[in-house]
Design a protein around this ligand. Structure first.
Ligand code: ZN
Length: 143
């Protein structure tokens, strides 16, 4: 059950995402991204985008944060903040939406620019009709 997203909580997550953004490794896109993923127990996992000269090996900030958390034993998530620079409000890519949906379809995502403007939407709003484990059920019966 998600706690109420108070302005304090939003600002705490945005501060953590801005911190993470400072550590981004983005020598190719020059587009640093920071993420902060909150667990049900109140812990925050930070993530930044980490690029690679072989572009396809790069990883988004959101997935870095989520993979860090899951690998440390945390998989109950209550909010995600995402911060980029520029006038536009950022938006998670399709792959990140899918990965977030696996663990927390109802989680609110706070999408912010470095000027502090933000929008909030749930993962399910960002990825309606997501592919899930439900889609794999019964496959064994058909072969
Ligand atoms: Zn992504």
């Amino acid at each position: 059950m998600a706690m109420l997203l108070t302005e304090d909580r939003i600002q705490r997550l945005l501060a953590a995402a801005r911190e993470a953004r400072e550590r981004a490794y983005a020598p190719y896109s020059h587009f640093p991204v920071g993420a902060a993923l909150e667990t049900a127990c109140g812990r925050i996992f930070r993530g930044c985008n980490i690029e690679n000269a072989a572009y396809g090996a790069s990883m988004c900030a959101e997935r870095v944060a989520l993979f860090k958390a899951v690998s440390e034993g945390f998989s109950d998530f209550t909010a995600l903040a995402l911060v980029t620079a520029g006038p536009k409000i950022p938006s998670p890519c399709g792959e990140c939406r899918q990965v977030l949906s696996e663990f927390a379809p109802q989680m609110p995502v706070i999408m912010a620019n470095t000027a502090g403007e933000y929008q909030i939407g749930t993962v399910a709003q960002l990825l309606p009709a997501a592919f899930s484990g439900e889609n794999l059920k019964g496959l064994g019966d058909q072969t």
